[in-house]
Design a protein around this ligand. Sequence first.
Ligand code: GLY
Length: 372
Amino acid sequence: MGVNVVNVALGSRSYEVRIGQGLIASAGQHIAPLLRRRKVAVITDDTVAARHLMDLAKAFETEGITMTALTIPPGESSKGWEQFARSVEWLLEQKIERRDVVVAFGGGVVGDLVGFAAAVLRRGVRFVQIPTTLLSQVDSSVGGKTGINTPQGKNLVGAFHQPSLVLADIDVLATLPSRDFLAGYGEVVKYGLLGDAAFYDWLEINAPGMAKGDIALRQYAVHRSVEMKAGIVSRDETEEGERALLNLGHTFCHALEKATGYSDRLLHGEGVAIGCALAFELSQRLGLCSQEAPSRVRAHLRAMGMKVDLADIQGDLPGSEALLALMGQDKKVIDGKLRFILAHGIGEAFVAEDVPPDLVRGLLSEALANRR
Ligand code: GLY
């Protein structure tokens, strides 16, 4: 199978996302044309380093490129000021200059953190994303959103800083625990639901094969997801309009993530899947889509063995009023109004600015009651 190439068309800041097998082993060849001197600085986490850093080091060595690497602890807690400061200072100590390239090698935490470090280092250096999770391959490595969390909330400090290249190596997905793979799949389903009904039909048939490890199916799903994201980002880089559709399921998800303390009770992609199911349910209650649509979404997520309902989240959850309040703190709220991505049907999402809070409260109350 060859490598698929998706262009993110952003004028002078355009870049390619290359999707295929063996891209870590050939990373040196892909990155060499970007280099003005044969040196790169890689930032990764302990988990990815243990599994894949030797392969990446070999890939650079083969091309005569000197690699230095910093390893940070895995997990969301690294995406804050401490590891950010450490990364920036380490890059300065490595004498990384304006014309050099920094490599973010890992999942969403590493990509967002390192992208932000690259954005501010010497007022901006280029960086390459080598995403190693399904979630980061289909979402966070593409589109230039970088940043860190603060005590005030997630992703509240950051910058739009587009990578110069993204290498999505399909082979690394085989090393993911099944729960992480399925959480990433939550973001894949989102693309079908938000804008491509034919892709959603395809997923209903092929996702079980993907989950079992079929490489060709995985590559197609990543390719199609990235194509959709690239199209949206090219048309609306800074989320003035259409890019908000990528937040389908996220208003519910962010409230649930806060309610579960960003712990492994609920992974981000799991929250997205539950959020998508709730967004379709809400759409149906508003008379925007048929009854069949939310049933289809739930049936597919269930068939994949994913979390679908609030009942699938272990432990206590706050009541509907408190969940609604957590949604109100979402940074995408404009003028205090709750904003949702809703849908007229599968593949037909749109931004709804003024959803009646009572309807959301009712939906959440019922979903919470079903937990008992
Ligand atoms: N993950 C949503 C976006 O990139 O806009």
